[in-house]
Design a protein around this ligand. Sequence first.
Ligand code: URA
Length: 433
Amino acid sequence: MRMVDIIEKKRDGKELSTEEIQFFVKGYTEGTIPDYQAASLLMAIYFQDMTERERTDLTMAMVESGDTIDLSPIQGIKCDKHSTGGVGDKVTICLSPMVAACGVPVAKMSGRGLGHTGGTIDKLESIPGFKVELTSEQFIKQVNDIKMAVVSQSGNLTPADKKIYALRDVTGTVPSIPLIASSIMSKKIASGADAIVLDVKVGEGAFMKTVEEAEELAHAMVKIGNRVGRKTIAILSDMSQPLGYAVGNALEVKEAIDVLKGHGPEDVKELCLTLGSQMVLLSGKAQSIEEARKKLEEVLNNGKALETFKAFVASQGGDPSITEHPDLLPQAKYKVDVPAKEAGYIKKIIANEIGVAAMLLGAGRETKDSEIDLSVGIVLNKKVGDHVEKGESLATIHSNREDIEDIKKKIYSNINITNEIIETPSLIKGIIT
Ligand code: URA
């Protein structure tokens, strides 16, 4: 087989065989296919697309390029959740104990990553003493004992995806549905779950800016998952403004705990109930979506979800008393309010730019080696549709530097106020099964 023939075939809009896709993925991962040929094929895929069968073959070839996690020693149907990423997304931290308290085993590997704040793993590290690394025996035992564990990714999962993604990043081939879908699904499938619930974010703060684009990506991922025997569904959720109020690592952990105590932000709670209902249903712990939701509401109301969170934190070496004493989480030195310059209704809160402001305070990594400051970030005091009086606080900046004029300026230019009444944007934009 010759790589040039594969490139020409895709360039001309033809369907690649399973063997040709495997040849490319294996050869590129092992270094026998050079960057220029791989880049050329990726660009051909960008323009010519792939069939469902090709997308599935590409996904599985990337899964087979590295280690896969065997979760079979864990009893029950293991359900994983994945978010395509957004600002203020602390859902894993509150959703996992909610579904675990309903009896769904949550064996989760999470990442750090670049971005406005750290990933779930960084956020959890703001809990004093919390360990993000467990041996595989400890990981399996913990999920069997208390139904949940969240650890940082270890082992050599999907090395082909890492290499291909890095090449896409510098060759203008990231925004391609077949390439994004296979990249995300290869990681989920290699992580071993039986069922997968995807949270595909839509809006200015997300990868997919329109509902149509998000639907296309969601369909692509759901089809790949189901074709390889993993029950997969996707929820499309709004990311036109940050999720919840808090954007920052320790700040988001505190907000997730508030949700578990039953008084966190409505949008975070609603998203957890929507995603969680699907997880409970897919895992066979309820017979209908209504029953699943009722179970989740019950564990929030009777404190079982909070108890599961505490057991999880304690089991991974963290201090569970942070639930009663959130001031034990890292605290920033300065807390500065940003007062509204005029009265009116909040029209827009540009999620991406609020995320950038949090990153400039030190909450996120600019490069993969940057240190992050777990204590800093931004807590919004208003959301889209809220009324604000002149002088009332739009947001509170949590900072360890005294001069925050740049951050204030960014907040003012990215929270728009109008005289007209504004409707709260709907949170759930669709469900793809
Ligand atoms: N996230 C991924 O993991 N892969 C992509 O291709 C895009 C976003």
